[in-house]
Design a protein. Structure first.
Length: 202
């Protein structure tokens, strides 16, 4: 009888114990899609890509999702986060893509303020996962500005892309984020190359 009582007590204690906290999962974007390669540098000036900025929750490391199909309200996942803040991840991705493109002899994330250069400023306008009737989509919208070494802007535009995720898993949405970011950067690169080939960027 004593053994039965002890077994019941152990069962009750197990039922009352708190559920285990899920592990935090860190996600990074897939490898970027290369930009068209320039036959020769399109500018002799170095290019500095600054860390992107983001207002409010867009400055956080957590993945964001919309609670309504029109994305009128957003929340952040507690246990699904980016391996680095999007402001830094987007900066590093654009630096890598521009370096590989051969658009300039030097593309970097850091230059002395006194160095003549083209400086790229990016702001995260939208960067979220949305549930729609047909499944999940991701929306990426970035405002990108290019300043000449004197400080005046020669290009300022908001670029947006929406991509459907392959399935309901977070991993599929992360892949869609990568494709959307690459589409945005490709459109920006085309505008930048057009400016520089027209002689507006040194």
């Amino acid at each position: 009888m004593r053994l039965i009582v002890l077994a019941l007590a152990a069962t009750l204690l197990g039922a009352c114990s708190s559920p285990s906290v899920p592990d935090v999962t860190y996600f990074r974007l897939p490898s970027p899609k290369a930009l068209p390669h320039a036959d020769k540098p399109l500018t002799l000036l170095p290019i500095e890509v600054e860390a992107f900025t983001g207002e409010g929750i867009y400055a956080e490391q957590a993945l964001l999702y919309a609670t309504t199909p029109d994305a009128s309200s957003l929340r952040s996942y507690h246990y699904q986060v980016w391996s680095e803040a999007p402001s830094q991840g987007l900066q590093a991705r654009l630096v890598e893509l521009l370096r590989q493109s051969g658009i300039s002899p030097l593309v970097t994330d850091r230059l002395p303020a006194s160095t003549p250069a083209l400086r790229i400023h990016g702001q995260i306008v939208r960067y979220e996962r949305i549930k729609r009737d047909a499944g999940f989509v991701v929306v990426v919208s970035l405002q990108l500005r290019v300043d000449q070494d004197q400080g005046e802007p020669i290009l300022e535009k908001t670029y947006s892309a929406e991509k459907a995720a392959g399935d309901i898993n977070i991993e599929a949405s992360v892949s869609a984020f990568g494709a959307a970011v690459d589409q945005v950067f490709a459109a920006f690169y085309a505008d930048l190359a057009a400016l520089e080939s027209g002689g507006h960027a040194g």
